[in-house]
Design a binder for this molecule. Structure first.
Ligand SMILES: Cc1ncc(COP(=O)(O)O)c(C=O)c1O
Length: 512
């Protein structure tokens, strides 16, 4: 087992080693990443780092201790409220990330439902495209999720939402935009439903909160997505995304203090002292607040508007370029900077295999499921790499065309498996095992391509692979098998796979 060094080492050596660690990381400074990072340039990064450093040791745990941090927080909340058309009654706080903001909303509305409506078994309604943070929040806080489909425009299906509303509903969620395809849900329709049934409506603008307002101010016409919509009760917006702050800064805002109070935690008689906290974290990193505040001062409204214009110009070029590849299509009609694209004929061009080749060419791209696709979160910094990206994409499609078996190699195999195998329980267990094991003290990095071996049994894996290939050829085939399609031979095949896999899992469980 590794151990902490016995004696301290010179700073210089350690700093060199830190640099060496990043050798295999995505090349974000060359703008090769299409998610995860919002990078402007070295000057700006050093400025943020300096701002961060000034408050690195300051702790926002007790808001009365570091008055500086409370001032930053007040400013960030007020600036964000103004951007999202909140009024003086708005209340909110800074959080560590979008996930924290989303999960806090789940907790808030669970407690609101109990206090105001006496709801003991809370339920929430989200689109299948809602960020995974909402599912995580629901699991952590014991709120039942109704996942509704999207409509033909890839927006939350309002009719399906209506059908799921009942007396236990404590939250309706819309995204502006959703992460997978960059589509803005119909927030107005959700607001109307919220008003009609007295149900809170949260807008997840984690990704759009610091982009959409500036797009509008630059003249773009967008559907209403913020507090201008009657019925919207809260919004989350991440400053560490399109606000170009240092990592660790999001903001959650409620329409009024009455709602925000359900988010706060107070424990007045703790032996450690009177305790009150607005969010999840105990110690709250002062550096992140300072850097976010500094980012807003450095960019200013006009700076963000210029960045939004450049982002939109880049997104348009990307969309045009992808549309020019005849084998590909954009999913839906994304209105801002996130786009998803897929293969028109998955058997001819496996999109995950295209992703693998793009990765070999040095691009860091996210994969999407249901439908299979590739993703790009475009920023103002991508201007100079878009032509190279599109050229590589065309080459990748050309290399993959007519080779469906590539779906079973590399990372493509993992994604094809996860996306197409109907045995979701097995997939979940396999991913859970691989993931959890990577946190064992003796383990190292996660290799996602490893998860392609589902059951660890060659025979069962082969059967599963067969199912996947058929599903790619005829989408939905594998799913139909398990839901009881009447073809006797096919049912036999699926049952064998299920049987073998279940037996293996049982054996593994017994061994433990
Ligand atoms: C719509 C949406 N909500 C929430 C999140 C979660 O944000 P974070 O990764 O900062 O936790 C994201 C992240 O991309 C997102 O796109």
């Amino acid at each position: 087992m590794k151990t902490i060094p016995e004696y301290g080492r010179p700073y210089e050596d350690i700093l060199k080693e830190l640099d060496a660690f990043s050798a295999d990381d995505p090349a974000y400074k060359d703008n090769k990443t299409w998610s995860l990072v919002y990078y402007k340039d070295e000057d700006y990064t050093h400025f943020l780092a300096e701002s961060y450093e000034k408050y690195m040791s300051a702790n926002g745990l007790n808001p009365t201790a570091f008055k500086s941090l409370k001032r930053f927080e007040n400013d960030i909340v007020a600036f964000t409220a103004e951007l999202l058309h909140g009024d003086e009654n708005c209340a909110g706080c800074v959080t560590s990330c979008g996930t924290e903001s989303c999960m806090l909303a789940v907790k808030t509305y669970r407690d609101w439902g109990k206090a105001v409506k006496g709801i003991r078994h809370p339920e929430m309604i989200v689109a299948e495209t809602a960020h995974v943070a909402w599912f995580k929040g629901a699991e952590y806080f014991g709120v039942k999720v109704h996942t509704v489909p999207v409509d033909k425009d890839w927006k939350i299906d309002i009719r399906a939402v209506k059908r799921k509303i009942n007396r236990n509903t404590v939250l309706l969620l819309g995204s502006a935009p959703e992460y997978p395809h960059g589509i803005i849900d119909d927030i107005t329709a959700l607001g109307q439903l919220g008003r009609k049934h007295n149900i809170p409506v949260h807008v997840d603008a984690c990704v759009g909160g610091y982009l959409l307002p500036f797009m509008e101010q630059a003249g773009a016409s967008l559907p209403p997505f913020d507090f201008r919509v009657d019925g919207v009760t809260s919004i989350s917006a991440d400053i560490h995304k399109y606000g170009f702050a240092a990592k660790g800064c999001s903001c959650i805002l409620y329409k009024n203090l009455d709602l925000f109070k359900y988010q706060c935690f107070v424990h007045p008689d703790w032996p450690g002292g009177l305790f009150a906290s607005p969010a999840f974290l105990g110690t709250r990193p002062g550096g992140a607040y300072a850097a976010a505040w500094a980012a807003m001062q450095a960019n200013g409204r006009q700076g963000y508007i210029e960045m939004a214009k450049q982002t939109m110009a880049n997104a348009e070029r990307m969309k045009e370029g992808i549309r020019a590849v005849k084998e590909l299509e954009i999913i839906g009609e994304p209105q801002c900077s996130l786009i998803a694209y897929r293969s028109k004929d998955p058997y001819q061009v496996n999109i995950f295999a295209v992703g693998d080749i793009m990765q070999e060419k040095g691009w860091h791209i996210d994969r999407l499921l249901h439908p299979d696709g590739l993703h790009a979160m475009i920023t103002c910094s991508h201007t100079d790499v878009i032509d190279a990206y599109l050229q590589d994409l065309q080459e990748a499609v050309y290399a993959v065309r007519g080779k469906p078996c590539l779906a079973m190699q590399g990372e493509a195999a993992t994604y094809s498996t996860v996306g197409h195998i109907p045995l979701k329980g097995i997939v979940r267990n396999t991913v859970l095992n691989t993931f959890a094991q990577s946190y064992e003290v003796s383990k190292g990095l996660i290799d996602i391509a490893d998860s392609a071996t589902l059951t660890g049994n060659a025979k069962a894996d082969k059967l599963i692979q067969k199912l996947i290939m058929r599903d790619i050829k005829r989408p939905g085939f594998a799913k139909n098998l398990v839901s009881g399609v009447k073809t006797a031979g096919c049912v036999g095949l699926s049952l064998t796979a299920t049987g073998v896999a279940t037996a293996i899992l049982r054996k593994k469980r017994n061994k433990r």
